[in-house]
Unconditional design. Structure first.
Length: 308
C-alpha cells in the first residue's frame, strides 16, 4: 500500500471518530433542546458575574481552567483505586471532584449559551457525558461510604470513562470548532507595518459604521464629529461576528451576534462574552484622506515569519 494511503484515516480508525462527531455537529434534532436550555441559562440572574464566568478578567475562557480540578481529582482517585490501602484518599479525591464540578459546569453553560448552532450541539453531548460522570461519581462515593468499596470502584471507573468522553468532546469544541478561541488573533500577522490609506474623510458619515479593508483584514471605520476616526478589526474576537453590522452607541460598538461590546477608541472589550479585546488601529488624516496603522501597544507581526 502506498505510504500516503497508510497515513490517511480509515473508516475503522480515526476517520470513524471524526465522522461520528461531524454527524453530531449536523444533528438538527438537538436544536429544540438547545434553545430551551439556552433560554434558561441566559435568564440566570448572574449580573456582572456572567462576565467573570466567561473569563473576561482572565483574557480567555475560565471554564477549561476550572475543569482541571475535578478531572485531576477523579483521575488521581482512579490511580489510588489500583493501589492497596488507599480507600480514604480515593474517597477524599472523589469528594473534591464532586464539590468543584458544579462551579466549572456553571462557567461552561454560560459560555455554551453564546455559541453557534453546531458548537451548541456538540456542547450538549459534552455536558450530558459530564453530568453522567457526576452521577456515577456520586454513586461511587455513596457506595464507598456504605462500605461497598467494590461497587464504588466500579462506578468510579465508569465515571472516569464518561468524563473522558466529555473531555474529548470539549477538546473538539475548543480545537476543531474554535469555541472560546480569539478569532482576531491573526490580525497582527496579516497587516503589514506602516500607514494604510482607507478612504477620503467624506466617505465616512459621522456616527455610521463603514467597512473597509487593510491588506487582508476587514475593518470597521467610525468617524465622530470633529473628524476623530476610529478603526477596529471588523470580525469579533468572540466568534467572528461582523461589527460593522452592530450598534454604535456610547463610543462603543456592540456585536450583532452575541452582544459583546468593544470600546471604539482602543478595542477594549467592555462586556462579554468576548474575553479578548478587538485589534485597534491608530488613525490620522492626510490630504483629506484617512490613514490607519495597527496600534503599537499590541502584538505586531508580518505576513509569514516575523521579521528578525
Amino acid at each position: 500500500m502506498h505510504t500516503l494511503e497508510r497515513l490517511l484515516p480509515s473508516a475503522s480508525g480515526p476517520g470513524r471518530v471524526l465522522t461520528a462527531v461531524d454527524r453530531l455537529e449536523s444533528n438538527a434534532g438537538l436544536d429544540g433542546i438547545a434553545r430551551s436550555v439556552q433560554g434558561v441559562v441566559r435568564r440566570l440572574p448572574l449580573g456582572r458575574g456572567r462576565d467573570a464566568l466567561h473569563g473576561r478578567w482572565l483574557g480567555h475562557p475560565v471554564h477549561p481552567l476550572m475543569v482541571q480540578v475535578p478531572m485531576g481529582s477523579w483521575l488521581s482517585a482512579a490511580v489510588l483505586d489500583l493501589l492497596p490501602g488507599q480507600r480514604r484518599g480515593a474517597r477524599a479525591l472523589i469528594g473534591v471532584g464532586l464539590a468543584t464540578a458544579g462551579p466549572a459546569a456553571v462557567a461552561g453553560w454560560v459560555d455554551w449559551a453564546e455559541l453557534q448552532r453546531q458548537q451548541m450541539r456538540v456542547g450538549l453531548v459534552h455536558a450530558a457525558a459530564n453530568i453522567t460522570a457526576v452521577a456515577l461519581y456520586a454513586g461511587s462515593l455513596g457506595a464507598r461510604l456504605r462500605g461497598r468499596d467494590g461497587l464504588g470502584r466500579a462506578l468510579g471507573f465508569a465515571g472516569l470513562s464518561a468524563v473522558s468522553l466529555g473531555g474529548a468532546l470539549g477538546g473538539h469544541l475548543a480545537y476543531r470548532q474554535a469555541a472560546g478561541a480569539n478569532h482576531s488573533e491573526v490580525v497582527p500577522h496579516l497587516v503589514t507595518p506602516g500607514w494604510h490609506r482607507i478612504g477620503a474623510v467624506a466617505d465616512f458619515p459621522v456616527g455610521q459604521a463603514v467597512r473597509r479593508h487593510i491588506d487582508d483584514v476587514t475593518v470597521l471605520v467610525v468617524r465622530e464629529s470633529g473628524n476623530q476616526v476610529h478603526v477596529l478589526a471588523d470580525r469579533c474576537s468572540h466568534l467572528g461576528g461582523p461589527l460593522t453590522e452592530g450598534v454604535i452607541a456610547d463610543e462603543c460598538v456592540q456585536c450583532p451576534w452575541h452582544g459583546s461590546v468593544f470600546r471604539l477608541a482602543d478595542g477594549w472589550n467592555v462586556r462579554g462574552p468576548a474575553t479578548a479585546p478587538q485589534p485597534a488601529f491608530e488613525t490620522r488624516i492626510t490630504d483629506g484622506h484617512v490613514e490607519a496603522c495597527l496600534r503599537l501597544d499590541g502584538a505586531r507581526g508580518t505576513k509569514g515569519w516575523d521579521a528578525a
